[in-house]
Design a binder for this molecule. Structure first.
Ligand SMILES: Nc1nc2c(c(=O)[nH]1)N[C@H]1C(S)=C(S)[C@@H](COP(=O)(O)O)O[C@H]1N2
Ligand SMILES: [Mo]
Length: 511
């Protein structure tokens, strides 16, 4: 009976851990982390043996092995807890600690990954302790002192209680295991829903980019960034899984009329399509945290018009389903720019990692103050009343995108042949556009680069310059002039609090 209690407690341990793992992150449940760690630690020869013996079933074989081992250990824990308390609990603790260490050392894990192991140890130990303490109940009547330590028959009432509790615990374990499977399944449902989703075409489509928007320079950053290469920045440990059928957006706060819409409402509105370059405030000079895509969505301006914000409101606090918040100036959402509640990116539904099913995209503002992914709530408010995720952490309240230019070709420390070479890259100054790009070599005279065609002031522009390179080591530098004629500042500042500045340069070796 003690061994059975141990096995049931073991099942509760695992099921509770897997359930907690669903909340923490993909594959963070104890069974998976321990399994994956074993896979990593298994010597190569044993792995090859397992693969050649079990083929594609090698994972199933591993999990069957693991399950058998755990069942045995759980039975031993039950027996130990009855005969040598508290060693049964100690054994559960040791196994839990192993799972915790395994969880913390998984690649891509962080401190939160310890939680499933803790939940598992706590629920497992409680179950074991409860069940075994029933088994340790002794008859009330005094027994003769000579045989006080001899095993005594379990009273009938305790026996019944043990049975009820064991069945209840086993039921809980099965329910938790089934629950975690169903929830895991829901995620798959969302992926399927995304795959099946056919977004309507735009009422107001993006004009096809002029042929000269894309320069024919090898290795240059493509004008449109493919979704698979689009940078990703967010605080989400696990990508939120939000079913379009469950998505709702509430617009409330300092408004005459609160508005709520669901996904079907949203996609039945006349949608617009715009090409907009998104930029992260954390991007260093010359960095990669910028991308250009065609976004399909509904103008936030039109939604806000329905809600009628109060005159003294000056900010919209957007909240993601995962709790992230951004504070966007109300003006940026209503001044006529293409601030979108986006559902599509480059002709497909938003990828999961880019905010499926709905996100914000606001031209001219860094992402952390405007581009809330998985957005579910917009509260119209005031900057002097509310703050947001990053503004609480020292980043600026107002964060318009600074003029930037980048040399993508040649790369840093490239070796070039002397003679004609192409220097090329992208430049951006969303809302103002790029008026000119200039290049110099070794701090000499500034030359005007050729600009690719402009799609709009909200997209980056490719540029190139033909350089007759002389042998030696050279520094090539770039700077831009925005559409208002303002020169990009050469003052070097770090990203915090409102974006990096400075001129990008690369050092090359010409031979
Ligand atoms: N929900 C949520 N939305 C978010 C963020 C986040 O952490 N959580 N990060 C923001 C930041 S800092 C940037 S730069 C952009 C990046 O969008 P992307 O990952 O689609 O490129 O998303 C913004 N939206
Ligand atoms: Mo960002």
């Amino acid at each position: 009976m003690a061994a059975a209690a141990g096995v049931v407690a073991g099942a509760v341990t695992l099921a509770a851990g897997e359930l907690a793992g669903l909340l923490v992150g993909p594959r963070s449940g104890p069974f998976f982390v321990v399994g994956n760690t074993i896979v990593d630690l298994t010597p190569e020869w044993l792995k090859s043996f397992a693969i050649s013996t079990f083929g594609e079933n090698d994972k199933i074989a591993l999990f069957a092995c693991l399950a058998t081992m755990l069942t045995l250990l759980a039975a031993i824990a039950g027996w130990l807890q009855l005969r040598r308390p508290p060693w049964g609990l100690v054994l559960v603790g040791i196994l839990g600690a192993v799972a915790a260490v395994a969880a913390l050392t998984r690649p891509g894990s962080d401190a939160w990954y310890v939680i499933p192991a803790i939940v598992a140890i706590v629920s497992g130990s409680l179950t074991l302790w409860l069940l075994i303490s029933v088994l340790r109940e002794r008859p009330e009547q005094p027994s003769d002192s000579a045989h006080a330590d001899a095993p005594q028959p379990l009273p009938r009432s305790s026996r019944r209680r043990f049975l009820v509790l064991t069945v209840a615990a086993a039921g809980l374990a099965v329910a938790a295991a089934a629950g975690s499977r169903t929830l895991g399944q829901t995620r798959q449902d969302i992926l399927d829903a995304r795959a099946r989703l056919r977004l309507p075409s735009a009422d107001d489509p993006a004009a096809p980019p002029p042929v000269d928007a894309e320069l024919d320079v090898p290795e240059i950053t493509p004008f449109t960034t493919p979704n698979s290469e689009f940078y990703r920045v967010d605080t989400a440990l696990e990508i939120p899984r939000l079913h379009p059928g469950e998505w709702r957006l509430r617009i409330h706060g300092m408004v005459d009329e609160a508005v709520e819409i669901d996904f079907d409402d949203l996609v039945s509105l006349p949608l617009v399509e715009r090409m907009i370059t998104l930029t992260c405030v954390s991007n260093e000079v010359g960095g990669e945290l910028a991308g250009n895509a065609v976004w399909l969505g509904y103008p936030l301006r039109a939604l806000l018009e329905r809600a009628r914000p109060h005159d003294d409101a000056d900010m919209v606090l957007s909240t993601s389903v995962d709790g992230f918040t951004a504070s966007t100036p109300l003006e940026a959402l209503t001044d006529g720019r293409d601030a979108l509640l986006a559902v599509g990116m480059n002709g497909e539904p938003l990828p999961m990692r880019h905010g499926f099913p709905v996100r914000m995209v606001v031209p001219g503002l860094y992402g952390y103050v405007s581009a809330t992914k998985w957005v579910t709530d917009l509260r119209v408010t005031r900057f002097d009343r509310e703050t947001a995720y990053w503004t609480d952490r020292g980043w600026a309240e107002r964060a318009p995108i600074k003029t930037a230019s980048r040399i993508d070709v040649p790369g840093s420390f490239a070796r070039l042949d002397a003679g004609p070479n192409v220097v090329a890259g992208v430049a951006w100054a969303q809302r103002r556009g790029i008026g000119a790009v200039q290049v110099n070599v070794d701090d000499g005279e500034w030359y005007e680069a050729e600009l690719a065609g402009e799609v709009s002031v909200d997209t980056w522009r490719q540029w190139f310059w033909e350089w007759d390179a002389e042998p030696g080591r050279h520094t090539v530098r770039v700077r831009a002039v925005d559409g208002d004629g303002a020169l990009q500042t050469g003052e070097q500042v770090p990203p915090i609090p409102d974006g990096a500045s400075g001129w990008h340069s690369v050092v090359v070796e010409v031979i």
